[in-house]
Design a protein around this ligand. Structure first.
Ligand code: SAH
Length: 242
């Protein structure tokens, strides 16, 4: 009988703008302003291990859906694209509830950074939770990975055309936050809301929503034909939400 079990070693960890699962885009590349820093662990953080990677604009990140491991896996799942109603096979989905809980995302590589003998990758367009363990990194190779004639089955994008309006206070908050942290949180909030993070089940009966991005709690509402950002507040202890 062939070997049925193998073990893998975590090579690094993602520090991302998504401290909680709610609102995370369904796939990478949907929210360009969604950024992360990947920290590589020793002995995988040697400069030579990423030599040449900076020539690529995008990388494949193999990671573990660590937050769903305890929930196990299901043979069929209800993808959000189908309004959470219809079931498809887990292998016909990108659901985290899969055997082995392996995630795969093609994300933009903004920079490769070496500081004090450590290596970091700056990433954007991510769909990965903060603190996610990373298993492998590979360059994205357009001549073979990009398949122009591919058909996307039931999966499609759902960007909203509605305007995202900031009240005066959240607007000022975003300016101050960006000055302090360098994070363009306003662009992130706008892009996130435009991709409509509301679960299908809440669209009908709720008009106010909240989400946590970095260490900022954001309240927004859907009214008439616009999204209104009503409040942005820094939470005292980011780790309290993990
Ligand atoms: N592009 C990846 C992920 C698709 S599913 C793939 O195809 O494998 C995307 C969802 O995974 C996000 O909406 C988020 O809710 C969830 N997710 C991201 N990181 C996770 C983690 N570490 N543990 C559990 N769920 C995670």
């Amino acid at each position: 009988m062939s070997q049925k079990e193998f073990s893998v070693t975590v090579i690094g960890v993602i520090h991302s703008c998504f401290p909680e699962k709610f609102g995370i885009p369904r796939q990478p590349g949907m929210v360009r302003a969604a950024t992360a820093r990947m920290e590589l662990f020793p002995p995988f953080n040697r400069e030579e291990m990423v030599r040449g990677l900076e020539q690529f604009s995008h990388v494949w990140i193999h990671f573990l859906f660590h937050q769903t491991v305890v929930e196990g896996w299901k043979p069929t799942v209800r993808p959000p694209w189908l309004g959470g109603q219809k079931r498809v096979g887990v292998f016909a989905s990108r659901s985290p509830h899969r055997p082995n809980h392996l995630g795969l995302s093609a994300v933009r590589l903004e920079a490769v950074i070496h500081v004090d003998g450590k290596t970091y990758l700056e990433l954007s367009g991510i769909d990965i939770l903060d603190q996610t363990p990373v298993i492998d990194i590979k360059p994205y190779i357009p001549y073979s990975d990009c398949i122009a004639s591919a058909s996307g089955g039931y999966a499609h994008g759902n960007q909203s055309d509605l305007p995202v309006v900031f009240s005066a206070e959240p607007s000022a908050f975003c300016r101050r936050y960006q000055e302090k942290t360098g994070r363009n949180i306003r662009a992130l909030i706008e892009e996130m809301i435009r991709h409509d993070p509301r679960p299908a089940s809440q669209k009908e009966n709720k008009s106010r929503f909240g989400m946590l991005l970095w260490d900022v709690n954001i309240r927004w509402s859907v009214e008439d034909s616009l999204f209104q950002v009503e409040d942005c507040r820094q939470v005292a202890d980011e780790s309290a939400y993990r």
